[in-house]
Design a binder for this molecule. Sequence first.
Ligand SMILES: *[C@@H]1O[C@H](CO)[C@@H](O)[C@H](O)[C@H]1NC(C)=O
Length: 180
Amino acid sequence: MSKPTSVLLLLIVLAALSFHGGQSRSLTLNNIDIHEVGDENERPTEKKKEEAAVVVLTQNNFTEFVNQNKYVMVNFYAPWCYWSRRLAPEYEAAAPMVAGEAVLAKVDASTENRLSYRYKVNGYPTVIFFVGGVRKEDYYSERTRGEIAKWVQKKVEEYGPRATITTEKEVEPVLVTASA
Ligand SMILES: *[C@@H]1O[C@H](CO)[C@@H](O)[C@H](O)[C@H]1NC(C)=O
C-alpha cells in the first residue's frame, strides 16, 4: 500500500466514524423529542382545568343548578351587546381559573325572559354571584379574567367553606366528626 492510499483510507475511516457520530447524535435528539412529547401528554390536571368551561343555563335548569352548586357566578348577557361580547372571552378564560371552587355560568338574557325578569336584569351584561341558590352580590369590578377569578375566590372565602354535600367522599368526614 502506498502512503497516499493509506492516508486516503484513514480519511475514509474518519469520515465513516464522524458520520456514525452524527447518526447517534440525531438518535439522541430523537429521544429527547419523544421524551418532550410524552411530557406534554402527562398533564392531566392542567388538561382537566382547560376543559372547565362556562356552563349554559336556561329557565329549565337554572334553579336546580344554582341550588346544587354552592358558588355560581351567572353572566346574564345579550349576544348582540357590545359589552357582553367584550366580556365573553375573559369570562370563558376565568372559568378554569376557579374550577373546583366555583362555577361560572351564563344565561342568554335576550331569550330567557323569565330569568331576566326574576333577577331584574335591565342592562347587559349583568353578572350575579349566587351562594346556595341565593343572589348575594352583583359583580361590578374589572371585566378581565384575572379580576373575575380573584373576586370569585375572595367571595368563596368570604361565604365560608363549601358546605354543600355532593359526593359520598364529602359525607364521610362529617360522619366521622359526628361519631367522635
Ligand atoms: C341547561 O339547558 C340548556 C338547554 O337545553 C343546555 O344547553 C345546558 O347544557 C343545560 N345546562 C345544564 C347545567 O344542564
